[in-house]
Design a protein around this ligand. Structure first.
Ligand SMILES: Cc1cc2nc3c(=O)[nH]c(=O)nc-3n(C[C@H](O)[C@H](O)[C@H](O)COP(=O)(O)O)c2cc1C
Length: 375
């Protein structure tokens, strides 16, 4: 039995399974492994400055001759914050973050983290490039996506509408991740080729609507446009369920985090293997937007102390030094990372191609079982 849908024709791939763009984790090595195995690998380029993004795209091209995609963020809230600051209607970034810097330091002191040396942070940032996660940063990424004429582009947050004509002129297939029906309708009217409906179960930036309820409602709202289901899809049974709900493919994140190729630390892969189905929580403590994340001392601290995180991009300026210090100390109890509720199904770290092959095989079995019910 071959699992073929319009998604396979749209991208020129063998099976309708996409590696979700996961910032930092979906590296060229992981994306190429998924593309080489017959799915579509999508780079998680949200945090890549323009130079690194170009290097990632070129590295992916060296690792596979198959199609692949790039995912970045286009949050309207960040563009609005920039416009307000330029109009003098909002405090500067330094003024916004100042009240919570002491709080972050208090956390580091309590849990034995050494603050990173500011000099060591400087070398990791190219002074010619825009400040990470600023509006200028996101816009500079889009210039690289367009210049490099990538096969597929996906906006993980926000609407790619302003870039649509230039992307389409290159033949790039364009998609957007949504967590609400109204956002699906908005991106459809901008001319996207496909939509990812990501439900509450999923890792990373999060929808208030459960995956099982979201997919059919997005499918109903956008008519003939192909939909990919996402959020909590951990094996072939989840893939089959997404098809039953009207999706024509899947966008899978967390199941690929515990892969040899994923660009996360070994202690984070171990945290995923160790976690159970209730190991995640929704928190704004990392980026300022609600995100599903493995529960940690950092997420708990905000709850315990009754502190409200800042909005994006300011919360990132508070969280980044703390999480960088946790990474250096290999503290999985402080920075286990984003992940979805499906991680209870992950039992080992494996090659990505094996994860994909097993997912496709078990989806075909599940679909067969479902068709046997119909007698
Ligand atoms: C570690 C991690 C990082 C993520 N980063 C991004 C991102 O940069 N851009 C994006 O569109 N979605 C991001 N997401 C969400 C995924 O693209 C995807 O929608 C989600 O992982 C699907 O749910 P699942 O994890 O249950 O498979 C991230 C998810 C995880 C787990």
């Amino acid at each position: 039995m071959a699992m073929k849908t319009r998604i396979c024709d749209l991208f020129g791939i063998e099976v309708p399974v996409l590696l979700a763009g996961m910032g930092g984790a979906s590296t060229p090595e992981l994306a190429a492994a998924v593309s080489n195995a017959g799915g579509l690998g999508v780079l998680g380029a949200a945090g890549c400055g323009p130079k690194q993004l170009r290097e990632w795209i070129q590295r992916t091209r060296a690792l596979t001759d198959k199609p692949f995609g790039v995912d970045t963020l286009l949050p309207a809230s960040v563009r609005r914050a920039r416009d307000q600051q330029q109009a003098g209607e909002a405090p500067s970034p330094a003024e916004q973050v100042a009240p919570l810097q002491g709080f972050a330091q208090q956390f580091m002191d309590e849990f034995g983290l050494e603050a990173p040396d500011p000099e060591s942070l400087k070398v990791t940032r190219d002074p010619d490039e825009p400040l990470p996660l600023s509006a200028e940063f996101f816009e500079a990424q889009m210039e690289v996506v367009i210049e490099e004429q990538v096969p597929v582009y996906v906006s993980g947050l926000g609407n790619p509408g302003p870039w649509m004509d230039r992307l389409k002129a290159n033949g790039t297939k364009v998609g957007a991740v949504v967590g609400k029906v109204k956002h699906a309708v908005q991106v459809k009217s901008s001319g996207v080729d496909f939509i990812v409906a990501q439900g509450h179960d999923g890792g990373g930036h999060n929808s208030p609507i459960g995956t099982m309820a979201l997919i059919p409602q997005v499918v109903d709202a956008v008519g003939d446009l192909p939909i990919l289901g996402a959020g909590g899809i951990g094996d072939g049974r989840g893939v089959a369920a997404a098809f039953m709900l009207g999706a024509e493919g899947v966008w899978v994140g967390s199941a690929f985090l515990a892969s040899d190729e994923a660009g996360i630390f070994d202690f984070q892969k171990q945290a995923i293997v160790d976690a159970e189905e209730d190991g995640t929580t929704i928190s704004r403590a990392v980026t300022g937007k609600p995100a599903r994340i493995i529960r940690s001392l950092w997420t708990d601290y905000w709850v315990r102390e009754g502190k409200e995180p800042l909005t994006m991009p300011y919360q990132g300026m508070i969280a980044s030094p703390v999480l960088a210090a946790a990474n250096r100390a290999q503290r999985g109890d402080i920075n286990p990372g984003f992940a979805g509720q499906g991680i209870g199904m992950v039992k080992a770290v494996r090659p990505a191609a094996e994860i994909l092959r097993e997912m496709v095989y078990s989806a075909e079995q599940a679909l067969q079982r479902a068709s046997n019910l119909h007698r």
